[in-house]
Write a protein that binds this ligand. Sequence first.
Ligand code: ADP
Ligand code: MG
Length: 235
Amino acid sequence: MFNLLTPALPVPAAATTALVCLEGVSKTYANGVQGLKEVDLTVNRGEFLWISGVSGSGKSTLLKLLYGAEKPTAGRVWVDRQPVATLRSHALANLRRRIGVVFQDYKLLPRRTVAENITFVLKALAYGRPEIRRRLWPTLKIVGLESKADCFPEQLSGGEQQRVAIARAVVHTPLLLLADEPTGNLDPTSTAMVLEILHQLHTVGVAIIITTHDQTLLDRTAHRIIHLEQGRVVS
Ligand code: ADP
Ligand code: MG
């Protein structure tokens, strides 16, 4: 694969200044399906960006390339100056400490309390008890769930579970929060609450990249929107 005769490609300026830089990125899955096609994209530090598109248009694929869950089959991806696709596992783990991820289906640990779900990552990162407490309570406050710290996920509504998932994703103070259709399973009230929390995080400097297929959310935003169709950025 690696050809010593191929000169190294120059690194674009945005890769060293912007938070996210994609250059000519395509993703073809093993079964031949093209998830993304020749995507160029720059996302600035602290930006709030929507990625819209119908189901199957490549939204999740794009986010997966950003946190290194998938590798591009062509092109290059940088996040916080790191070439995501070519990082070794240790460097990738380091980069992931600067990223938080939220999914449509929350993905909480069912046998752990709210507090345990949120602090699990910190324990895995070998934070001490005082630091864990120092981070847990303000994070619970941001998502309005201080009174639910000892509840189990099944005792919470969908909206509350998603707020726990957001707390878990930001408790280690990431630079970038990736939210993949975070309101896809929520009623309008819970949706508004989740978006309010994301906006609050944005105002304290966290860059947010959020996907949706819901036009009503896009109609109400003042932030940048990119639109995917069959794996291509069309606007
Ligand atoms: P979206 O999140 O916008 O619904 P996805 O990024 O999940 O879109 O998928 C884009 C395309 O790639 C779809 O055609 C989907 O079926 C395909 N795809 C996604 N993941 C895989 C995979 N692991 N293997 C094969 N095809 C996949
Ligand atoms: Mg998806």
